[in-house]
Design a protein around this ligand. Sequence first.
Ligand code: PLP
Length: 383
Amino acid sequence: MFETSYIELDKTALQHNYQFLRNLIGNDVQLSSVVKGNAYGHGLEKFISLSEACGANHFAVFSADEAYTVQQVKRPESGLMIMGMIDPSELAWAIENQIEVFIFDLERLEKALATSRKLQIKVKIHLELETGMNRLGLNPSEIEAAVALLKRYEDAYILQGLCTHYAGAESIANYVRVKKQIVTYNKLAKRLKQLGYVPQKYHTACSAATVSYPQTRMNMVRIGILQYGFFPTQETLIQYLKNKKEQIDPLKRVLSWKSKVMNIKTVEAGEFIGYGTSFLASRSMRIATVPVGYAHGYSRSLSNQGHVLIQGKRLNVIGMVNMNLMLVDLESTEGVQAGDEVVLIGTQGDTYISVASFGELSNQLNYELLTRLPRNIPRKVVE
Ligand SMILES: *Cc1c(COP(=O)(O)O)cnc(C)c1O
C-alpha cells in the first residue's frame, strides 16, 4: 500500500531452488545462505523469514550492520556468520550474540580472542586463508603465529570454520588460478589438522565453485546467487548443463518487480512525447503512464530502450525515463485500463523480462542489478 511499485518473492521458486541445491550437494553438506547486499536486492528481513520457511538454517552476511538486521528476525537456532567487516568495537556485540566471524588477519584474531576471554564467552571463529585471491585472509606464513595465539587462548574460542574465497570460479579463464588456490587451501588445512586444529566446517565454495569445482564443496558451501534463481554467469550454466539430457536452466527466479498503469492517453501523429524531442509519434498512439522512474531504481539509460509487460505482452518504454514516471507504447494491446498490472521484472502470461535485460546496455551483472533495487520498495511473499 502507498507505494508505486512492489517486489514479489515467490516461495515456490525458492523451495524449488533449495531442492535443486540439495540434490546437487547432497545431504551431508551444510548450506549457508548468503544474504549480503540486502539479500541480493530481495529484501533482507522478508528473505530471511522466507528462506527459513523453505529450510535454510544458516546465513552469511558481509558486515555487522547486516548481521544486526538478520539477528532481529532469524530463528534463534539459525546460524549467522559475518564474512567481512566488523569494527573492533562491534566484536563484543558479535561474541555476546554468538555470531560467527571471519578472521582475516592476526590483529583481528588476537582482538577477538582477548575480547572473548574478557567476556567469558567463546568466540566462534572462521579462519580465513589467503590462497591467491590477494584480498583478505591469513597468509600461509602467518599460520604459525595464528596457532600460537590459539594455544595462548585455548579456552576462548570455537573453531567453527576454515575458509577461503576463489578469485573468479565463474569463468574458465581463471581455471589455473582457482586450481592453485584449491591446492594451497588443502595444504594449509592438512597442516592445521596435523597440529590438532580441526574446524567444524571446511568451506570454500560460492555458487560458481559449487557447480564447477565439486571438490570445493567440502562440508559447507556459501550459496548466494543460485538460491535466488540465477547462475553466476552463462558459462557456469553451460558447465552445469554439460552431459545433461535436458538442456534447460534448472532454477526459478524468486523476484519480480511490478507496478500498475496510472493513466492512459492518446497522442496524435507528429507530436513529441514526454520531455524534449527524443520520441516522435509517427502514428496516432495510445500510451500508458507507469509511476516508476529513476528515483525508484528504473535506470534512465532505459529511455527509449526498456520493456515492460502488460496483458502478457512485451511493450516498449518510449521517451525519457523521468524521475518518477515512464511512458509505455500500448501498441498491440486492447482495453488496457488504469490499475492494470505492469511487470518491470518477471513473468506475465508466457512472457518474461529478465533482470539481465536491464543491463544489456551497460553490461552489468545480475549481481549488481539486483543489489541496486532500492530498499524502500515493499517486498511481499507470494506462494
Ligand atoms: C558473496 C560471497 C559468496 C556467495 O557468492 P555467490 O556467487 O553469490 O554464490 C560466497 N563467499 C563469499 C566470501 C562472498 O563474499
